[in-house]
Design a protein around this ligand. Structure first.
Ligand code: NMX
Ligand code: MLT
Length: 505
C-alpha cells in the first residue's frame, strides 16, 4: 500500500470514527450505525465486484478494500467504465459510420449551436423536457437520492455517485462517500496565502480560480503522468484529484466568502455534517433551512450535458491531458461569464433594480415597460433564454417549488413570479429570442438572499462548486474511456465563399 493511500485511509478512518461519535448537533445526519454502515458498504461493494476486470485489477493493486473508504465508489466506477467501454466499442463497430447530423454555415458561424459533436455521459439535455442525469429527471432524483436524516432534499454526494457510476447509491454508500470527502477536506496553507495576496475586491470567481491554481502543484494526475503512468490508469489519478478538489471546495469557497464579505475569520468544518450542510456552516449560515437549500442548489447545478461553456471548456482542456485542476479552472473561468454562470449574480442585481424602480406592487404594464427599458439599453434580460432549452428550465421549476414551500410571502419571490408573467411575452415580441422562458439563474438568487446570503457577487462561486462535481465526474470517465484530444476543424469566411460561391457584401 502506498504512503498516499495509507495516509488517506488513516484520515478516512478518523472521519468515520468522528461520525460514529455522538456529536453536539448532527443536523439530521444519521448518527447510529454510521461507521458500521460505511465500513460494511465499502467491504461489501469491493467483495461483490471483485477485482475481475482489467481496470479493476489496476485499482486493486493500488488500494486495499478494507482500509480505503473511497473503495466503494472507486470500485463501482471501475466496473461502470468496464461496461461503458465494452458498449462504446460495440457502438463504434455497429454505427461508427452513421451520420449524426448536418452542419450548415449558420451553425458554423453561430456559436456551433445545434451541432452534435461530443460524447458526454453524465447528463443529457432535452430541449423540451430539460436535463436528465443518467436518464433521470430532477423530480425523480429528488425522490430517490438519499437525504440527510430529517431532510427532504437530495444530498449532492448522491448525484455525484450517480453520475460517476450510473447507479442510484444507497444511503450507506452516500455516507461512505461523504466520509471520504471529509477525510480529504484539509486545504493546504498555500491556498490561503494565495488568496491573501489578492485584493479583497477581486471578484470571488477570480479568487476561486487562483485558489484552485494554488492547489495544482498537488495534482496526483500530473505527478503520475510525469512518473510515466500507463494510460489505462489515468482515470484513477483523475478520480483522486477530483475527490480532493470536491472535498476541499466548501472550505475554499467559504474562505473566499468570509474574507470578501465578512470579517475574514474562518469557521471550522463540522465533520458531523454532510458536504453541502458543512459548506453552509463554514460560510457562517447555520439554519437547517439554509442547509436544505444548499443540498438542493448543489444537486441541481451539477451538470447540464457537455456543450455548455463550463463543461465544454473543462472537457476540452482535459482532453490535452491537462490535470483536473487545470481543466476545472478553465471551466470555472467560462462559468464566470455573464451569459453563463455569472447570470445568477446579474439576476439578483436586476431584480433589486426592478424593485427600486417599480416597487413591490407594480402592475404588469409597469413591469413590461421596465423589461423593455432593459432591452432598449442594449442589455439582456438575465435569467431568461437558453442555447438548447425551449421551455421553462425544470431547475427553475424545482426552485419555485422550494420557494412556494419555504418563502411564499417573500416580496422578491413574488417579483420573480410576476416577471414570469411578462418577460416571455416581451422576449417573444422582439422576434429574435429563440427561448423566452426562464433558466436556472432566474430563481437561485432569490432563495439565497431570503436566507441571508445576499452577496450576489458570490453566487457564481456556489454554482461553480456544484458544477465541479459534474464536470470532474465526466473528466474521470473521459480518461477512463481514453477519449482523444479534442480538435474540431475551423474554417475562414474565405473558405466558405470558395466552397459555396462568392457573395456581394
Ligand atoms: N434577453 C435579451 N436578448 C436575448 C435574451 C435575453 N434573455 N436571450 C437571447 N437574446 C437575444 C440574443 O442576444 C440574440 O440577439 P442578437 O441576435 O442581437 O445577438 C438573439 O436573442 C438570439 O439569441 P438566442 O439564439 O435565443 O440565444 P443564444 O443561444 O444565442 O444565447 C443565452 C443563449 C443564454 C446566452 C441568452 O439567452 C442570454 O443571453 N440570456 C441571458 C443571460 C442568461 O440568463 N444566461 C444564463 C444561461 C444559463 N446559465 O446558467 O448558463
Ligand atoms: C448550464 O447550466 O450550463 C446552463 O444552463 C447553460 C447551458 O446549458 O448552455
Amino acid at each position: 500500500m502506498s504512503a498516499i493511500v495509507a495516509r488517506a485511509s488513516r484520515r478516512a478512518a478518523r472521519a468515520l470514527e468522528s461520525r460514529a461519535r455522538p456529536s453536539r448537533a448532527l443536523d439530521g445526519w444519521a448518527r447510529d450505525g454510521w461507521a458500521r454502515a460505511a465500513t460494511a458498504t465499502a467491504t461489501a461493494t469491493a467483495t461483490a465486484t471483485g477485482p475481475t476486470t482489467r481496470v479493476e485489477r489496476g485499482r486493486a493493486s493500488a488500494t486495499s478494500a478494507s482500509d480505503d473508504a473511497a473503495v466503494g465508489l472507486k470500485a463501482r466506477v471501475a466496473a461502470a467504465l468496464e461496461r461503458a467501454n465494452a458498449r462504446l466499442r460495440a457502438i463504434k463497430r455497429a454505427h461508427g459510420d452513421r451520420v449524426v447530423g448536418e452542419v450548415t454555415v449558420n451553425m458554423v458561424a453561430g456559436g456551433m449551436r445545434g451541432i452534435t459533436a461530443m460524447l458526454y455521459e453524465t447528463s443529457l439535455l432535452d430541449a423540451e423536457e430539460g436535463i436528465r442525469f443518467r436518464g433521470r429527471a430532477i423530480p425523480e432524483l429528488r425522490e430517490k437520492l438519499p437525504k440527510a436524516r430529517g431532510g427532504e432534499e437530495p444530498l449532492p454526494e448522491g448525484i455525484m455517485w450517480l453520475m460517476l457510476t450510473g447507479e442510484i447509491p444507497s444511503e450507506a454508500q452516500v455516507r461512505t462517500l461523504s466520509a471520504e470527502l471529509a477525510a480529504r477536506a484539509e486545504v493546504p496553507k498555500v491556498v490561503f496565502d494565495a488568496l491573501d495576496a489578492l485584493p479583497k475586491n477581486a471578484h470571488p470567481m477570480t479568487q476561486l480560480s487562483v485558489a484552485l491554481m494554488a492547489m495544482q502543484p498537488e495534482s496526483k494526475f500530473a505527478k503520475a503522468y510525469q512518473d510515466g503512468a500507463h494510460k489505462t490508469t489515468f482515470w484513477e489519478h483523475a478520480f483522486e484529484d477530483s475527490m480532493d478538489i470536491i472535498a476541499r471546495l466548501p472550505a475554499v469557497c467559504a474562505a473566499i466568502y468570509r474574507r470578501t464579505f465578512k470579517d475574514g475569520t474562518l469557521v471550522a468544518a463540522d465533520e458531523s455534517l454532510d458536504w453541502a450542510a458543512n459548506f453552509a456552516h463554514m460560510m457562517g449560515h447555520d439554519s437547517e433551512a439554509v442547509k436544505e437549500l444548499m443540498r438542493l442548489y448543489m444537486t441541481i447545478h451539477v451538470d447540464h450535458e457537455g456543450g455548455n461553456v463550463s463543461a465544454h471548456a473543462t472537457h476540452l482542456v482535459g482532453s490535452a491531458l491537462s490535470d483536473p485542476y487545470l481543466s476545472l479552472v478553465a471551466g470555472l473561468n467560462g462559468l464566470a461569464g455573464p451569459l453563463h454562470g455569472l447570470a445568477n449574480q446579474e439576476v439578483l442585481k436586476w431584480l433589486n433594480e426592478t424593485r427600486e424602480k417599480v416597487g413591490d406592487n407594480a402592475t404588469k404594464e409597469e413591469l413590461t415597460e421596465f423589461v423593455w427599458a432593459t432591452l432598449k439599453s442594449g442589455r439582456v434580460v438575465p435569467g431568461y433564454g437558453h442555447g438548447v432549452l425551449r421551455k421553462t428550465d425544470p431547475r427553475y421549476t424545482c426552485q419555485r417549488e422550494f420557494a412556494l414551500k419555504h418563502l411564499p410571502d417573500d416580496p422578491m419571490f413574488k417579483l420573480v413570479g410576476k416577471l414570469f408573467e411578462v418577460v416571455p411575452g416581451v422576449l417573444t415580441e422582439t422576434g429574435k429570442v429563440k427561448n423566452p422562458w426562464p433558466n436556472v439563474d432566474a430563481h437561485s438568487g432569490v432563495l439565497l438572499q431570503y436566507y441571508g446570503i445576499t452577496e450576489a457577487n458570490f453566487y457564481t462561486v456556489l454554482f461553480g462548486a456544484s458544477r465541479a462535481i459534474g464536470v470532474l465526474s465526466q473528466l474521470t470517465l473521459s480518461r477512463g474511456s481514453g477519449y482523444p484530444i479534442e480538435r474540431p476543424k475551423s474554417v475562414t469566411s474565405q473558405w466558405i465563399e470558395e466552397k459555396f460561391g462568392k457573395v456581394e457584401a
